[in-house]
Every structure is written in structure tokens, then in C-alpha cells.
Ligand binder design. Sequence first.
Ligand SMILES: Cc1cc2nc3c(=O)[nH]c(=O)nc-3n(C[C@H](O)[C@H](O)[C@H](O)COP(=O)(O)OP(=O)(O)OC[C@H]3O[C@@H](n4cnc5c(N)ncnc54)[C@H](O)[C@@H]3O)c2cc1C
Length: 394
Amino acid sequence: MTDAAELKRRAAELLAAHPPAATDRLDFLRARFDAGLAWVHYPEGLGGLGAARSLQAVVDAELEAAGAPDNDPRRNGIGLGMAAPTILKYGTEEQKQRYLRPLWTGEEVWCQLFSEPGAGSDLAGLGTRAVREGDGDWVVNGQKVWTSSAHNARWAILIARTDPDVPKHAGITYFLCDMTDPGVDVRPLRQITGEAEFNEVFLTDVRIPDSRRLGAIGDGWKVAQTTLNNERVAIGGMRLPREGGMIGPVSRTWRERPELRTHDLHQRLLGLWVEAEVARLTGERLRQQLALGQPGPEGAGMKLAFARLNQEISGLEVELRGEEGLLYDDWTMRRPELVDFVGRDAGYRYLRSKGNSIEGGTSEVLLNIVAERVLGLPSEPRTDKDVAWKDLAR
Ligand SMILES: Cc1cc2nc3c(=O)[nH]c(=O)nc-3n(C[C@H](O)[C@H](O)[C@H](O)COP(=O)(O)OP(=O)(O)OC[C@H]3O[C@@H](n4cnc5c(N)ncnc54)[C@H](O)[C@@H]3O)c2cc1C
């Protein structure tokens, strides 16, 4: 297996052949992918070397120290964090070759067409229909909602109902949808922050060739589990230095602005600082587990903690800043390319973190997942398990 020394040697080779200062950014990223140094735990030929996932940090550090460009991962969080591991697990060889390289380099941004107006927590109840024309293309009709980055995306991971006559989990199929196809209509949805980071997406007679189906017909729910488990880890399990998350700005304000301090706020800040540090270290542990394979339901616990902490910490920051904390930068409609918690002001952090307990599964639903699949507690009563989707009350 490739070790740290071998990776350092390969990184040096890449840098010698493509000096960052004299190489076009995209050319460098493509060369990095081809050298297997993009995501080292991926297979050879697909941007990796089959190395341990934990060794990625060795490559990143070598390349960063040499001033090499990165692939700006925050611009393509859904692609890197969710679409890629799902394509890797379920894609055909042809699909992996076609999609993974431009996804990793950031040339093609991805979005997630899962939620619908009538199917969020109950995602398996979704109603967007994909009907196959004989042995030919699939024709998709329906509406998706809360689709982050749809306005920047070239591709989407899409789940749609292909068989309404079987119980809801069994009649879903997973597709890769070209967002530039006729019939894909993306409309902005404005959020509490004033920005439209997400969208509603209307799909009208969108034609998807069968070669863009991911996994078997009717297996879409199983394939989507890989996406959803990775989503929770991507949202809640980011690698951060100490004070790298929400706790950073409030701790800095505390140090720099002694006139704002009170005894009560001090106690609360200390408590949250400790919790943030515990969550950060738990994230490290989770990533070590990930080195052994795909994430399971444990990511739900991490995402739960992340959402609660972000909301409590940003609330404390607004309180600490007093009247100043109520100021918010700009209410004009904007279409941000990424969510930047730390680089924005306290008002943005407070408002945007409200979505953390909804996106990627609400906290209530994640508590159910932890109860049932981690702790093994009895499941909620389910009356729709054996009923055909078309016969469910709506
Ligand atoms: C910022 C943001 C970005 C998002 N990005 C995307 C995206 O890119 N792609 C995408 O597909 N979706 C996206 N979503 C949608 C998100 O996944 C859904 O909003 C979420 O799954 C909840 O679904 P819902 O909004 O339909 O709420 P509902 O499912 O209607 O839930 C309403 C309330 O009922 C509670 N509830 C529901 N069922 C249960 C239960 N069984 N037990 C206990 N309580 C329950 C919920 O916790 C919630 O409080 C995003 C959401 C946000 C906020």
C-alpha cells in the first residue's frame, strides 16, 4: 500500500513537472488528478492511488506549501461530498471515467435533486416521475425544491419514481441529470439571509438516457442512502483546526473586546467552547472510521451536534455584540456560490445557521435515525411499508 513517503515523492514529481507558478490552474488540477493525488483513497485511474484516506493530509500539506492551487472544495460540496462517493460505489466504469475528473477539478459543479414540496423528511414518498420509452430514454416530470447550487450546477443527482405500483421505497431509481437539458427550469428561492442560495427546480419532459441511470432500476433508495450518509458527514464532519468553526469568531470577539464581557456570557462561552472542541475531536474520530469504508448512520450524530452548536454559538455571539450584533450587512437579493460561515458577519451566521437543523435531514429525523440505527431502539410505527405508493393517502 502507498505510504506517506511514497506520496511525498509523487507530490514532488507533480510539482517538478507542473510548477504551480508557471502552470495554468486547471491544467495543474487535471495533472494532480491524473497523478492520483486528488483523493488518494480513490482507485488508480480515478484520481487516487488506493491509499489510506488519512494520508490525504500529507499530500494537501506538500502541495499547499508549494503554493499549488486547490480545487476550491466549498464551491462543489455536493459534488465532492455526495455525488462522487455515490458514483464511485454504484457507477459503471464508463460513468466513473466520465464524471469524476471534471467533478474533482471543479469544472463541473453538482447539485442534489432530492427534496420535493411533498417529500422532505419523508423523502421516499417523492412523486417526480421517470417513465421509460420502451428500451430508450427516461422522461422525467416533477418538481424539486430547496436545491442548493442548482443555478451554478452542470449536473444533478436525481431520484425519481419509476414504479408507483410497489411500496414507496421500492419504486425509486437514481439518475444523473444534465442541468443544461431543455425542460430543466431553475428558479431562485430567497432565504432568511436575503440570499438565494437554493432554488426550486421544475422538470418538464426532461429526457435522460438510460446510460445516466446510477444503479439498478428500483434500487434508487439504496443508492440514495450512500448519498445521504455522506451528506451528514460532509455537513457535520468537516476537518477543522481548533477554533476553526463558529466558535472562532465569538472567541476572538471575546478576547479583543473586554468591554462586552459579562460573567454570565463568560460561563456560557466556556461551556460552548468545550463542546465545540469535543465535537471537533469527535469529527476526527469519525474520519478515522471512514478510513475503513463508507459512512453509516453515525454521521447523523455528528450532524446533530453541529447544528445545535452552530445555532447556540451564533446566538451567543449576537448577544455578546449587543446592538451591533443586530446589524446585518445587506438585504439585496444575492446568489452566493458558497456558504461562508466564518468569513461573514455575526448577523449572517445567526440567520444562516437556522437552516443547519433542516438541511441534510432535520434534527428530529436524525434523532430517529440515531435511536433506531445506532442505539437499536424500537422503530416508529410505519403503516405505509407494504402499501403501493400510488395507494398512499396524500
Ligand atoms: C439550507 C438548506 C439547503 C438545502 N439543500 C437541499 C438540496 O440541495 N437538495 C435537496 O434535495 N434538499 C435540500 N434541502 C432540503 C432539506 O433536505 C429538507 O428541507 C429537509 O429534509 C426537511 O424536509 P421538509 O422541508 O419537507 O420538512 P418536513 O419533512 O415537512 O418537516 C417539517 C417538520 O416536521 C418534522 N418531522 C417530519 N417527520 C418527522 C418524524 N418522522 N419524526 C419527528 N419529526 C418529524 C421535521 O423535523 C420538521 O420540523 C435543503 C434545506 C435547507 C434548509
